[in-house]
Design a protein around this ligand. Structure first.
Ligand code: PBG
Length: 346
């Protein structure tokens, strides 16, 4: 038996039709100019793949780095940040290699600026890649991470990076008061034009695992009688906290930061938006190693469409308020966008 037609109410009048404007009301844009490409470098003549970061390699100082920077530049990615891997024999519990004028990081900065003067070179200011204890600060025998003593070393490190030609130093160490001290040290040495991108809200996150594999920089047990904290929770932020990010932001702004970073990225989009709405400084977001690894792993299994999900993710950083995105996808994303008929649609 035929059913009687279902009665339904007429559409409201007038009917708002957001669909009609889908293509013309895009609020945010993503391009290679928004990326900072992290680069892992080592003193070796070969590039070595990092197993937990498919597609990313620890690059050889001789050729690997220059080839990668040239490729990035050809795709419009003009900003890089350098992370050196230090051999164990150069690591000490006070990390003096961090400010060796001929250290790997300083040589890499110099080499990039010599060959590509218009590439913006960012650096990492923190002791962990040079510290035999694997911490960003100097660890006292009883396990206390020495904030104020560490700052003196961070200042020397930042000045040595500026001497090598860095455009922007980026303290990722989370010691209290380091931004102001680094600003003063840079100015006192004639580097007024060198900027500071502060890791303002850097959380004690499990998403950094693959990065620590890449640099072999995880905290490690010390000699007998020394206490080495197994994690960085005394100086990096508690993932449960939002308001504290604003406190860190206020301090960094007062101390002279030029850019404020939130890290990790995707699980912390609320923090990006919160800082964006509470400061006029540019905001950067770090799409960290573990976030990259998750997308790669799912893509390898065919569970996600990698291009679509990666470009969507990067766009979401922009929507959340990030002016700049540090991402291991920088080169690949730039390639995808260059190949698109309407690159601006992602
Ligand atoms: C350390 C530093 C870390 C990262 C950047 N700088 C790791 C850490 O704090 O242990 C992580 C970046 C990433 O996971 O991609 N100074």
């Amino acid at each position: 038996m035929a059913r009687s037609p279902t009665p339904y109410p007429p559409p409201p009048s007038p009917l708002p039709r957001p669909q009609n404007f889908r293509r013309s009301i895009r609020e945010n844009f993503l391009g290679p100019e928004h990326f900072i490409l992290p680069i892992f470098v080592h003193d070796d003549d070969k590039n070595v793949p990092i197993s937990s970061m498919p597609g990313i390699e620890r690059l050889s100082f001789d050729n690997g780095v220059m080839d990668y920077v040239a490729k990035a530049k050809s795709l419009g990615v003009n900003q890089v940040v350098i992370f050196p891997k230090t051999p164990d024999n150069l690591k000490t519990s006070t990390a003096e290699e961090a400010f060796n004028p001929n250290g790997l990081s300083q040589r890499t900065i110099r080499a990039i600026k010599d060959k590509f003067p218009d590439i913006e070179v960012y650096t990492d200011v923190a002791l962990d890649p040079y510290n035999s204890d694997g911490h960003d600060g100097i660890v006292r025998d009883d396990g206390v991470v020495l904030n104020d003593q560490t700052i003196e070393y961070l200042c020397r490190q930042a000045v040595s990076q500026a001497e090598a030609g860095a455009d922007c130093v980026a303290p990722s160490d989370m010691m209290d008061g380091r931004v102001g001290a680094i600003r003063e040290a840079l100015d006192a040495n004639g580097f007024q034009e060198v900027s500071i991108m502060s890791y303002t809200a850097k959380y004690a996150s499990a998403y950094y695992g693959p990065f620590r594999d890449a640099l072999d920089s995880a905290p490690r047990a010390g000699a007998t009688g020394r206490v080495i904290p197994p994690n960085k929770k005394t100086y990096q932020m508690d993932p449960a906290n939002l308001r504290e990010a604003l406190r860190e932001a206020e301090l960094d702004e007062m101390e002279g930061a030029d850019i404020m970073m939130v890290k990790p990225g995707l699980p912390y989009l609320d923090v990006i938006r919160y800082l964006k709405d509470n400061t006029t400084l540019p905001i950067s977001a770090y799409h960290v190693s573990g976030e990259y690894a998750m997308l790669k792993a799912a893509a390898e299994r065919g569970w996600l469409n990698e291009k679509d999900v990666a470009l969507e993710t990067l766009m979401c950083f922009r929507r959340a308020g990030a002016d700049i995105i540090l991402t291991y996808y920088a080169v690949e994303a730039a390639e995808w966008m260059a190949g698109d008929a309407m690159p601006r649609l992602y």
